[in-house]
Design a protein around this ligand. Structure first.
Ligand code: SF4
Ligand code: F3S
Ligand code: ZN
Length: 103
């Protein structure tokens, strides 16, 4: 599962479409965590898609991740500022790739 303490245990290494990227990143195999309020561990995401289907405010968008060992697309928290902390995405992700930090 995603490390809920990633903000302590990782370093911000980049930005992507207005949200933080937490390393380590070593493309294409290692992509890190995208987002902070809504954080998706791209190295765990298997592109199940439940988060995109179930989020009531459409926080997630697909991004390409060619040659990543787990999946060729990832759920990017492109609109994390819209999140209403319903926790549905956290509950439905089959591999626990998502951390939402209310407050
Ligand atoms: Fe969307 Fe709810 Fe997840 Fe926030 S907690 S990203 S509103 S599904
Ligand atoms: Fe990925 Fe989990 Fe969403 S596997 S696509 S973060 S439901
Ligand atoms: Zn991103």
């Amino acid at each position: 599962p995603i490390d809920a303490n990633f903000e302590q245990n990782r370093e911000k290494v980049d930005e992507h479409d207005g949200h933080d990227v937490w390393g380590p990143v070593d493309e294409p195999e290692e992509l890190g965590i995208h987002g902070t309020h809504v954080a998706v561990d791209f190295d765990i995401c298997i592109a199940d898609g439940a988060c995109l289907e179930d989020c009531p405010v459409d926080v997630f968008e697909w991004v390409d991740s060619p040659d990543h060992p787990e999946s060729e697309i990832k759920a990017d928290p492109a609109n994390e500022a819209q999140c209403i902390d319903c926790m549905l995405c956290v509950d439905v992700c089959p591999v626990d790739a998502i951390d939402v930090d209310p407050g």
